[in-house]
Design a protein around this ligand. Structure first.
Ligand code: NI
Ligand code: MN
Length: 225
């Protein structure tokens, strides 16, 4: 499994030959100018919630690639009206896709579309594929619901928001890492806006002191599990 960071909360995930894109917010991210959305490949686009900073490039990429949108029922319905194919899910449900299993799990946040229309309830994803398991938390507060995840899935990586203000900050992300029983964390949802700028060195040090590993990727860089 290869995981590429496209800035903010945008990820590319390759599982075998299948390419997933998560929460594409690239063309409107001034820090991600090196990434050209017209060259990104996607078989599926996973969307955690309907906020602008998670969906801005969904329509363009889905229409160009024919990617199938995977998200909550309301978000998938929104894109189906635009002629985009979707697979609707809701909290607690899982589905076996050609690349692996996806479970849509709870997040504590909000989920309106940029025009104020209802975007369902926000979520995260647990993805099991190629014998690797990851948790993409989405925008969320720290929540006890995270403790449910390791009851069923032994995670190889937790992708957690760390920018604070709109989501968990560093201290809560460290607790979230305990809750999901995974000490290997990829941080996201930081630095994009003034409200979520973080001190990288201090953040990594705090994880290190708890014997955990916080990875922060440059935009365009990837890790392999
Ligand atoms: Ni949000
Ligand atoms: Mn966000």
């Amino acid at each position: 499994m290869k995981i590429t960071f496209y800035g903010h909360a945008s990820l590319g995930i390759q599982i075998g030959d299948i390419k997933l894109l998560v929460d594409p917010f690239i063309s409107a991210n001034p820090k991600a100018t090196a990434i050209d959305i017209d060259t990104l490949e996607a078989d599926y686009i996973l969307i955690t919630h309907a906020h602008q900073d998670h969906i801005v490039d969904v329509e363009a990429i889905a229409k160009r690639t024919g990617a199938v949108v995977i998200s909550n029922f309301e978000i998938v319905s929104h894109y189906e009206k635009l002629g985009i194919e979707g697979h609707p899910m809701n909290h607690g449900g899982k589905w076996d896709f050609e690349f692996g299993t996806v479970k849509y799990v709870n997040a504590i946040h909000t989920s309106s579309f940029p025009d104020g229309s209802y975007g369902g309830q926000p979520g995260g994803f647990v993805i099991e594929g190629e014998h690797k398991n990851i948790y993409i938390a989405g925008d969320t507060a720290l929540t006890f619901d995270m403790k449910l995840i390791p009851l069923q899935t032994k995670l190889d990586l937790a992708i957690l928001p760390i920018g604070d203000n709109f989501t968990m900050g560093i201290e809560d992300a460290i607790l979230a890492s305990d809750f999901v029983a995974c000490d290997k964390v990829l941080g996201y949802h930081f630095d994009t806006f003034g409200y979520i700028e973080i001190d990288h060195k201090a953040a990594k040090q705090k994880f290190f002191e708890k014997e955990k590993d916080l990875m922060l990727l440059e935009i365009g860089d990837y890790i392999e599990l």
